[in-house]
Write a protein of this length. Structure first.
Length: 331
């Protein structure tokens, strides 16, 4: 068996390029006691990885130069030195961008026997859990409230939109293409959609939210989030999930200062990292799976074929190429 891996060869300046990554031929590792050898089937590419490619303190350590990039993945156990897994088991975990990885037993989860297995990286994985806990625990939507979701064409955003609808809310989705907005309206029953590339986002939001905004689920930051603040209702909640609009900036982005709007509206703005909810993941997966089985929850995937295209698929996130979850099918 031949192994390959993708390493960080240089730190991106602004938008990442293919020159920042290097594909290297390596040997297939041998599992030790308590480990399994896993053949990678699907790789999740995620915007937060951009933050790990720069130096500096964050909630997770940055990648070192020459280090193999790692993210969520689904694979097949081909050899196991643990009684908990057998060859042929489909598992998910945090893997290096490699064709073959070894992993300790406690870092792997069996993927339920339902098709397609790639949903373990999307609606039944970290994106789905991020939407579930971020909206319900922090946003606390109530029936009849107005919920605005930026980045609503992505895996987290479209799940947030649907959970808000399940809770009886009026949902306004913001995405960057007419194709994504059609999907949101026609497939997911989002009440109002806004293409932020079509002119004045402030005016569009004011027209879409005549009664103000009760919950804002923020996946993008930047000017879109600045436009939300003047429309907040009393007791509004802002959930800070992602800031993709500023991930590639070399200098801090200074926009509207939120404190006056939070003060006068007694509003809450709170960021979160999904790993803080790890002890409750099984709860979230059960509920998401139930909604999926009942037809209340749908998902979309954009699948890029070929391990050699993993970095290209990652870069595509920042130009909005994906509808729903961006995934690489390795073989």
């Amino acid at each position: 068996m031949q192994n390959k891996e993708i390493r960080l060869s240089s730190r991106p300046v602004g938008m990442p390029t293919l020159d920042n990554f290097k594909i290297v031929d390596t040997t297939v590792p041998q599992p030790k006691d308590g480990e399994s050898l896993v053949r990678t089937l699907y790789i999740s590419v995620d915007p937060y990885l951009r933050g790990r490619m720069r130096e500096g303190r964050s909630y997770v350590a940055p990648f070192e130069m020459g280090q193999v990039i790692e993210s969520g993945a689904v694979g097949e156990v081909v050899e196991s030195r643990s009684p908990e897994f057998q060859p042929g088991d489909i598992v998910s975990g945090m893997f290096g961008w490699r064709l073959y990885n070894t992993a300790k037993t406690n870092s792997l989860m069996k993927v339920p026997a339902r098709a397609p297995i790639s949903i373990a990286l999307g609606v039944l994985g970290i994106p789905g859990l991020t939407a579930y806990f971020g909206l319900l625990d922090i946003g606390q939507p109530k029936e009849g409230e107005s919920v605005v979701v930026s980045g609503s064409g992505g895996a987290v955003g479209m799940t947030v939109c649907q959970i808000a609808k399940i809770k009886g809310c009026r949902v306004i989705g913001i995405a960057g293409s007419d194709e994504k907005n059609r999907y949101l309206k026609e497939e997911l029953a989002v009440d109002v959609t806004i293409n932020y590339k079509d002119g004045d986002i402030r005016r569009a939001l004011k027209e879409a939210c005549p009664n103000g905004i009760d919950v804002y689920f923020d996946n993008v930051g930047g000017e879109i989030s600045d436009a939300i603040l003047p429309l907040l209702n009393q007791g509004a909640r802002i959930v800070i999930c992602g800031q993709i609009s500023i991930y590639n900036l070399d200098q801090p982005d200074i926009g509207l200062r939120p404190q006056p709007y939070l003060l006068v509206n007694s509003a809450l703005m709170k960021g979160f990292i999904i790993t803080a909810y790890a002890a409750r993941f099984s709860e979230g997966i059960r509920q998401l799976d139930q909604w999926l089985s009942e037809g209340k929850l749908k998902y979309a995937e954009t699948i890029v074929a070929g391990f050699e295209n993993t970095a290209r698929a990652f870069i595509g996130l920042f130009s909005g190429e994906n509808l729903g979850k961006q995934i690489v099918k390795v073989a």
